[in-house]
Design a protein around this ligand. Sequence first.
Ligand code: PEP
Length: 250
Amino acid sequence: MRQPLVAGNWKLNGSLASTKELLAGIKSGLAEVVNAEVVVCPPYVFIPEVQAQLAGSSIAWGGQNLSAEAGGAFTGEISASMLLDFGCKYVLVGHSERRMLYGEDNALVAKKFVVAKKSGLIPILCVGETLEERQQGITEDVVAAQLAAVIDQGGIAALDGAVIAYEPVWAIGTGMTASPEQAQTVHAYIRSQLAQHDGAVASGMRILYGGSMKPENAVELLTQSDIDGGLIGGAALKAEGFLSICKAAN
Ligand code: PEP
């Protein structure tokens, strides 16, 4: 049985004041969410505040990115051990904005994934195709290559206990959600790719859907057999909307 997981990716949003307000709102509505795991991924500088407010609660937190390096002359970077120092349990790896805006290729994403896993963080590996790639009919090839890069570097064992988020790039922040059938097809494909290496890793893998998930479409997405939760961007910035997705996953 895979425990549903809902993760909020706050991206480059918020202030200290709005972070406090958002956390208070999420905490106040969480009593009804007993089966789903809830995670928030704030901007780095707000992680200490998140830790202070969420320590002892059922909500976990994580980074939106990490360096592939352990330390040294890498201005602006944050390492896995720094995230662990502030209680992070999860870290997003290979979000499409990192891939597209900051040039992170499959090899770098795989390196970050392996570093995160070895450090004791749970990486959430983001995969997904652009609109052009979908129109060319190569969605599965793109996703397979993104997965293969991680398996090549870390072996299938690196994926054991990790999380995958299928996020079609054309659905992120656009309001154009994948249909439940489109999403389920790719989720099942991801699981089948993992099963070629290790059946237990495949059946235990939590595969989240991300891309304009909101309260209005969460139930029909989350009831697909291979969709185990959501990675939420815009709708995670308001406690009420985020909580109703958490309740749908519950
Ligand atoms: C995301 O960036 O991971 C995401 C899913 O964003 P949104 O929900 O805003 O599409």
